[in-house]
Design a protein around this ligand. Structure first.
Ligand code: ADP
Ligand code: MG
Length: 240
């Protein structure tokens, strides 16, 4: 029998990030674009969820809002028990730093810094981490993503897949509760993209982080424990 709300899990105990009746309308004064039309969503500790949908269906908008980078027009976002939409930018920023890691289609690494420096940066920005501790943790993470032999390479000296692995290590270095990845393999060839998805899955199991991956690519979405299909700002035909 079809579950009318497949994006909601029966067991809510370990939900790390959720949203209720999320809507988003962009309004530039001349045009109103209703991008999200009342979505419910939840992800559990250690769960790997893929959201798949064609370009323009609202995936990036949803991820931005779930990550507290933008506010919904209406609806609620709960991150580790905090109602993000009710907080000011500073408080949202603090929760983001504490609980979330982000990966994008383009790596956004700093070109003048090597892999260890790029990955240790988020920890260095935290007052409670020394340079030595941050670099030690960065080295561990880079080793986990298969880059032990590239620690002192700068982004320009790495392949596309390697750069994305560095970006992934950087997202994981603060031990976030949830990693939000927007088309993390969109810039890579298929073989490399599949390798990165496998890596995400392995790391999720090892580090017990929830991963939310957004993609327009059906095949890549199949790496998820749960796949949600998005169309025109709504869920469609999703299965658990
Ligand atoms: P996807 O990531 O699935 O390709 P997006 O979330 O980027 O989709 O965009 C969904 C729709 O929202 C698109 O039609 C896009 O033009 C519109 N949109 C996104 N951001 C804005 C914005 N800042 N202002 C107006 N419209 C926007
Ligand atoms: Mg997008």
């Amino acid at each position: 029998m079809n579950n009318p709300q497949p994006h909601l899990q029966k067991n809510h105990t370990n939900v790390v990030l959720s949203a209720q009746r999320l809507s988003k309308t962009f309004d530039d004064g001349r045009n109103q674009v209703e991008v999200l039309k009342g979505l419910d969503f939840s992800i559990h500790e250690g769960e790997f969820v893929s959201i798949v949908g064609t370009s323009g269906s609202g995936k990036s908008t949803l991820l931005h809002i779930l990550g507290g980078l933008d506010l919904p027009t209406s609806g609620e976002i709960i991150l580790k028990g905090h109602a993000m939409n009710r907080l000011n930018e500073t408080k949202r920023g603090n929760l983001r730093n504490q609980y979330l890691g982000f990966v994008y289609q383009f790596h956004h690494l700093l070109p003048e810094f090597d892999a260890i420096e790029n990955v240790s940066m988020p920890l260095m920005l935290r007052e409670n981490s020394t340079v030595e501790q941050a670099q030690q943790r960065a080295t561990e993470l880079l080793t986990k993503v298969g880059l032990k032999h590239r620690l002192t390479h700068k982004p320009g000296e790495l392949s596309g897949g390697e750069r994305q692995r560095v970006a992934l290590a950087r997202a994981l270095v603060t031990s976030p509760a949830v990693v939000l990845a927007d088309e993390p393999t969109g810039n890579l060839d298929r073989r490399t993209a599949l390798d990165i998805m496998d890596l995400l899955k392995d790391l999720r199991s090892e580090l017990n982080m929830a991963m939310l991956i957004v993609t327009h690519d059906d095949q890549l979405a199949h790496s998820g424990d749960r796949i949600l299909h998005m169309q025109d700002g709504l869920w469609v035909n999703s299965s658990n």
